[in-house]
Design a binder for this molecule. Structure first.
Ligand code: ASP
Ligand code: MG
Length: 421
């Protein structure tokens, strides 16, 4: 008998019809002879609606209370799903994150899982029931308070439970057929990948691919959990995300996929004195704002002035705050001025095959040049090349690059609706 963890995102359970469809699917898995643990997200856009509501009653909602509020979203979906399963004649029991033993640190809104003690979940499946666990939430032992794991945190809940319970597979159900070579909403000729290494998935997720959350991929990689990303609207096999099998990388395609991120902005600090420690001081100010920066480019300083320009990218939402903080420190940092640009986007190509194939960057940049797209910044890792372009030329850029690397499929990708969660 296999133990299967199934995670259903908000778009799969957005209404009663969706919940009943998902319930049927879970019961089928159970009837096929598996033990089933289900992790569910809040219905549709519930989490966003609750956040909006919180901001209507308070400019800066208390972190503790916001977590209390948001976890209600998953409570609604988990109990409705359990009811739907019970009405199909199967036993089901729902559990909140704390009942399921999801122990976290005390960081409200972005807690990390520190321990998983799923005693009650084990008991439920031993009794022959289907266990339904609320995603995205846990509790802290020190404070005794309820926490949330950050947006999209239900993926992490599923992976953590799969690891702690030694599940055979962790299935992540979404509204597309799997992981695609590019966002099928932007590139209609994108095709589904059968297999992606966890290393590539990590790069794709950190470059903006929304299909899986980066923390969940990290967790899965660390604990050797095999992920199966698939659609809750079809019965097709999806994408397996796992460590490469022996010899697999030898024949890997050069590029596995193209990822984009529209939620990035660029800050350029002009005329920074080219002195030892100045970059350290500058990025200390930035990191004190709690933002995570991505690409950094420092120009060679002009000999005449002994000054240099430093540009970096960061999430758009953090931009204005970081600019304001840098301005407050302008005197001590000694720079001349700041430029802020939120009309940029990031485009990355990812593939383990890059390690053994020269000329990948040249082909990437030519595809952009041939389409009149200017590159503003470049960064690379072992298996990734990223560029910054204008936001309004991003979609065209993705399509051009997708074609240039021979990734176009013959048919059109199926998108079942929703937002990709
Ligand atoms: N409901 C939460 C969110 O929308 C968690 C999740 O969907 O995974 O972020
Ligand atoms: Mg959601």
């Amino acid at each position: 008998m296999a133990l299967v963890v199934q995670k259903f995102g908000g778009s799969s359970v957005s209404d009663a019809t969706g919940i009943k469809r998902v319930a049927k699917r879970i019961v089928e898995t159970k009837k096929a002879g598996n033990d089933v643990v289900v992790v569910v997200s809040a219905m549709g856009d519930t989490t966003d609606e609750l956040i909006d509501l919180a901001h209507e009653v308070s400019v800066t909602p208390s972190g503790r209370e916001l977590d209390m509020l948001l976890t209600a979203g998953e409570r609604i979906s988990m109990s409705l799903l359990a009811m739907a399963i019970i009405s199909l004649g199967q036993e089901a029991r729902s559990f909140t994150g704390s009942q399921a033993g999801l122990v976290t640190d005390a960081i409200h809104g972005n807690a990390s899982i520190v321990d998983v003690t799923p005693k009650r979940v084990f008991e439920a499946i031993e009794d022959g029931a289907i266990a339904i666990v609320a995603g995205f939430q846990g509790f802290n032992r020190g404070t005794g308070d309820i926490t949330t794991l950050g947006r999209g945190g239900s993926d992490t809940t599923a992976v953590a439970l799969a690891a702690a319970m030694h599940a055979d597979v962790c299935e992540i159900y979404t509204d597309v057929d799997g992981v695609f070579t590019a966002d099928p909403r932007v590139v209609p000729t994108a095709h589904k990948l059968d297999f992606v290494t966890s290393e590539e998935m990590l790069e794709l997720a950190s470059s903006g691919a929304k299909v899986l959350y980066i923390r969940a991929v990290e967790f899965a990689r660390r604990h050797h959990v095999t992920l199966h990303v698939r659609s809750s609207f079809s019965n097709k096999a999806g994408t397996i995300v796992a460590e490469p099998k022996e010899g697999e990388t030898v024949e890997a395609p050069i590029i596995t996929g193209v990822a984009t991120d529209k939620d990035e902005a660029k800050i350029t600090v002009i005329g920074v004195p080219d002195k030892i420690g100045r970059a350290a001081d500058l990025f200390k100010v930035v990191s004190d704002e709690g933002t995570s920066i991505d690409m950094i480019v420092q120009n060679i300083s002009a000999a005449a002035t002994g000054r240099t320009d430093i540009s970096f990218t960061l999430p758009t939402g953090d931009g204005p705050r970081v600019v304001a903080s840098l301005r407050r420190h302008q005197e001590s940092l000694g720079f001349e001025s700041i430029q802020y640009d939120d009309q940029i986007a990031k485009l990355a190509i990812v593939g383990a095959g890059m390690r053994t194939h020269p000329g990948v960057s040249a082909r990437f940049f030519s595809a952009l040049a041939d389409n009149g797209i200017n590159i503003e910044m470049i960064s690379t890792s072992d298996i990734r090349v990223s560029v910054v372009t204008r936001l309004d030329s991003l979609d065209e850029a993705v399509r051009a690059v997708h074609t240039a690397f021979g990734l176009d499929a013959n048919g059109e990708a199926v998108v079942y609706g929703g937002t990709g969660r």
